[in-house]
Design a protein around this ligand. Sequence first.
Ligand code: MTE
Ligand code: MO
Length: 200
Amino acid sequence: MPVTRGFTRRDRSDPRLPPGQYNTGDGWPVLSYEPTPRLDTATWTFTIDGLVERTQTWSWADLHKMPPSTYQGAIHCVTTWSKFDMTFDGVSVDTLLDLASPRPEATFVMARSHTGYTTNLSLSDVTGGKAWVAWAIDGKPLPVEHGGPARLLVPHLYFWKSAKWVSGLTLMDHDEPGLWERSGYHDRGDPWLEQRYQGD
Ligand SMILES: Nc1nc2c(c(=O)[nH]1)N[C@H]1C(S)=C(S)[C@@H](COP(=O)(O)O)O[C@H]1N2
Ligand SMILES: [Mo]
């Protein structure tokens, strides 16, 4: 019997795949460190604080009054799955930061979740049309296991930077590791440079 290895092995030939990634296809794996919280949009808030001129807090309704923005493309998890042709709706982090007005010394942000999850990013990785607070996928509300009602979306970095159940961003004048970064994950996490773990 001929062995058809190609059918059992994961296809890594798609040029849209960063090194070491495979296409997970139609499924969307759920990866959560903490139990899934049930957040009520009636009391939900998103806050930008730290080194800003004006600390800003948006309610669910306030956030939906902001000009909407869509991301269409891929996401890449450090556990090696990538998923293509995702359509997320939300608001650009640029739009929110404009209102808070970062101080000149702000260079990093800590993203926070309502659950206590944290992840660090440079300010330049969440500005310039590269990051969103996203509440819908393919036109439907973001499922709670995927971070609903809203999650951070930073698709050019590994997906652990995209904090589910996001509660806000704190602007800082220095870098500080978040939850996974303290446990050995790479500080920045660029999938094209395969920055999975510290030292990569
Ligand atoms: N609050 C929170 N956000 C999180 C995580 C988490 O454990 N808690 N895991 C991260 C990781 S490692 C990945 S791959 C993605 C998974 O998102 P998904 O479950 O929607 O696929 O969420 C990221 N954001
Ligand atoms: Mo991940």
